[in-house]
Design a protein around this ligand. Structure first.
Ligand SMILES: Nc1nc2c(ncn2[C@@H]2O[C@H](COP(=O)(O)OP(=O)(O)OP(=O)(O)O)[C@@H](O)[C@H]2O)c(=O)[nH]1
Length: 217
């Protein structure tokens, strides 16, 4: 079980990430990171960075932003800084008929979710899922997973029913699905760790937390 060590913080507003850590029995604080993800993504893409590197850069920006804020607060109150902060990010890419690599963000509304799902139908996409730990002003660990998922050629009627059933719940999901829910019906094949699909490569993270003394071996 977790020892009384420096606080563990998840720099994320993602409910799936929070649920995964809580279900694993970890005690932590969740603090949303106010970073401008779009501009970081655009500059990474403009420099020709691969999606996994952009996801890692975003995960680090989130962890660093929250860690800096918490350390400043702790110092201002004469408390102890040095929380271990977890950052994560997930990017979706899919190759188009023309062979281009299209990057997908979370959908802004259900109409855009429909457009995304039609573009992903019958194809393989990759979820570039980065997780990173930050402490005392430095990156202390990182991991990148890249699960590959193949959507079946579901019918338009199925898609209409799916969107009506799931509704806004999928707007917080980069692929417009919750694999742990009805979203699983979209798929022909899923290769990779389930937790990584949901947004947090949990097993490698738990391994680091044990090695770092946050969890007992
Ligand atoms: N419940 C669920 N969520 C998923 C699934 N696949 C992707 N996601 C979510 O899609 C989101 C990916 O967007 P990100 O930008 O990485 O994270 P976010 O939701 O904006 O949250 P922050 O970490 O605060 O940036 C994450 O919240 C993932 O948990 C899934 O199958 N199920």
């Amino acid at each position: 079980m977790q020892r009384d060590t420096p606080a563990l913080v998840l720099a994320s507003a993602s409910s799936a990430r929070r649920s995964l850590l809580s279900a694993a029995g970890l005690r932590f604080e969740a603090v949303a990171a106010a970073v401008d993800e779009d501009s970081i993504k655009e500059s990474g893409r403009a420099e020709g960075m691969p999606p996994g590197e952009v996801a890692t850069m975003l995960a680090e920006a989130k962890a660093r932003r929250v860690a800096t804020r918490l350390d400043r607060l702790a110092e201002a109150e004469g408390g102890r800084a040095g929380a271990l902060v977890i950052g994560a990010d997930q990017l979706l890419t899919c190759r188009t008929d023309a062979g281009e690599l299209r990057w997908f963000d979370k959908p802004r509304d259900l109409a855009e979710a429909r457009e995304h799902l039609l573009a992903l139908r019958g194809r393989e996409h990759v979820l570039h899922t980065a997780v990173l730990c930050w402490r005392d002003g430095a990156r202390v660990w990182q991991h990148l997973a890249a699960p590959r998922l193949v959507m079946r050629r579901f019918s338009d009627n199925f898609l209409d029913r799916y969107l009506a059933e799931e509704g806004e719940a999928i707007l917080g999901c980069v692929g417009c699905y919750r694999l742990e829910g009805p979203g699983v019906q979209l798929f022909e094949r899923v290769e990779g760790d389930h937790a990584a699909v949901l947004g947090l490569p949990l097993l490698p993270l738990l391994g680091f937390l044990r090695q770092h003394g946050v969890l007992e071996g």
